[in-house]
Design a protein around this ligand. Structure first.
Ligand SMILES: Nc1ncnc2c1ncn2[C@@H]1O[C@H](COP(=O)(O)OP(=O)(O)OP(=O)(O)O)[C@@H](O)[C@H]1O
Length: 403
């Protein structure tokens, strides 16, 4: 398969001046005195995008998304690194960029078409399709400076997707259109994708990225921190945005606790009767329906604790309680005499959907009425999936068409 876009260790440094005058002073300085400081908007990005891929680009404001797209389209040049683009790019970057405000919509279609390398005849062939798609009525004969942002988006989109690009770049352009127009654009983008057009898609609407893209990258402070299947990267990104937890791949993993010490000791001056020593998961990142195993290591300091029980609870990081059985309710006998013990809690099929989750572990007696020791967020794990459902948990279900 051929790479349409190849970026090799690309960096982009902007010069920041604290006052506009500093730029002039620097230009005129005979001693080459610096009046700026460097700001790395992109740092060492390597990325290959293949033909037919629909790549979502995620990242919060200022993370470098637009800078990356401007480098790819050639609006900016990189400070270092190599960049190769194979094919004709059509980009909707900033609304109105590439439009002359004094020209009418129709004249701007010519302008854009010529910039893309089409002849007047070729543009004429496409003109009615573009005007139909934009659907802005008589405004097509008005100078675009009188357009609303929605009209701009319609025209920009109509031009970009009707010129048979090899690479289509869409930067947040859908956000300004109404739902009907967005649907029309997505349909057209799907059509292009099916034809093998490579698509780069920036949207803060992560669901759109999940549904439309087959791959996504996440930019954070100018660095590429995740690259993979779109819905997995979206899950990670959303979790980060919600909870500021960034867990990396295999060990997207939560801090898997240290292996338990073999030695059992009763701490000095200890007024605890028992304590949860250690909580270990079989891994940090799961797929829905994987098996989750939690090893709980606990110590009992009394000779024996009657009605001793262990509870394991799953929470979301914002403390939504999902599930919490305990050994008393389920009539499981766990060791309750002095010493160190290990109990394994197994969920053979995890029904949780994508997200980050926390595990609390508690030791109790008296049917759970007295808490002997409680470890909140003793472990964390993530669930990431290919996109197959939405929500928190998966429930067995079926669909029946009634009519
Ligand atoms: N011409 C410039 N001169 C100096 N700094 C710039 C320039 N353009 C962008 N930056 C800075 O580079 C960083 C990345 O900006 P960029 O516009 O690429 O981010 P973004 O991810 O597209 O953000 P948004 O989602 O808000 O559009 C930001 O901190 C921005 O302030």
């Amino acid at each position: 398969m051929s790479a349409m876009i190849e970026l090799g260790s690309i960096s982009k440094t902007y010069k920041l001046y604290s006052k506009p005058l500093d730029r002039l002073k620097e230009a005129l300085s005979l001693s080459k005195k610096k009046y700026h400081h460097d700001f790395n908007a992109l740092n060492n990005i390597s990325l290959s995008v293949m033909k037919g891929e629909a790549l979502g680009i995620l990242g919060k404001n200022g993370s470098g998304k637009s800078t990356l797209l401007k480098l790819i389209t050639g609006v900016l040049s990189p400070s270092s690194g190599s960049l190769k683009v194979n094919g004709k790019i059509s980009a909707i970057l900033e609304l109105g960029a590439g439009f002359n405000p004094e020209y009418t919509g129709r004249e701007n279609i010519y302008l854009n078409g010529l910039m893309m390398g089409y002849s007047r005849e070729q543009i004429n062939e496409r003109m009615s399709a573009i005007i139909d798609f934009a659907d802005i009525g008589d405004f097509i004969e008005q100078p675009v400076k009188v357009y609303s942002s929605g009209m701009f988006a319609r025209l920009a989109f109509a031009v970009s997707i009707n010129v048979d690009p090899d690479i289509l770049i869409v930067d947040e352009a859908l956000a300004v259109g109404d739902i009907r127009f967005q649907t029309k654009c997505i349909d057209k983008m799907k059509e292009l994708k099916a034809k093998g057009t490579t698509i780069l898609f920036v949207s803060h609407a992560t669901e759109q990225v999940k549904r439309f893209c087959n791959r996504a990258v996440w930019l954070k402070d100018g660095q590429l921190v995740a690259d993979g299947e779109a819905s997995e990267v979206v899950d990670l990104y959303e979790d980060y945005m919600k909870y500021d937890t960034f867990l990396k791949d295999e060990g997207l993993s939560s801090p898997i606790a240290e292996a338990p010490e073999v030695g059992f000791e009763i701490p000095e001056n200890c007024d605890l009767l028992a304590s949860v020593q250690n909580v270990t998961l079989n891994k940090g990142n799961f797929k829905t329906f994987d098996a989750l195993e939690v090893d709980v290591v606990y110590d009992i300091y009394e000779e024996k604790i009657d009605d001793f029980l262990i509870g394991v609870a799953i929470y979301t990081p914002d403390r939504e309680y999902i599930f919490g059985p305990n050994t008393y309710l389920e009539k499981v006998q766990v060791p309750r005499q002095r010493g160190r013990h290990v109990v394994k809690y197994i969920i053979p099929k995890l029904y949780l959907l994508g997200g980050t989750y926390c595990i609390d572990v508690g030791a109790f007696n008296n049917e759970g009425l007295v808490c002997l020791n409680y470890k909140q967020e003793a472990a964390r794990f993530t669930v990431t999936n290919n996109y197959f459902s939405e929500g928190l948990v998966y429930m067995e279900h079926r669909w029946e068409v009634q009519r």
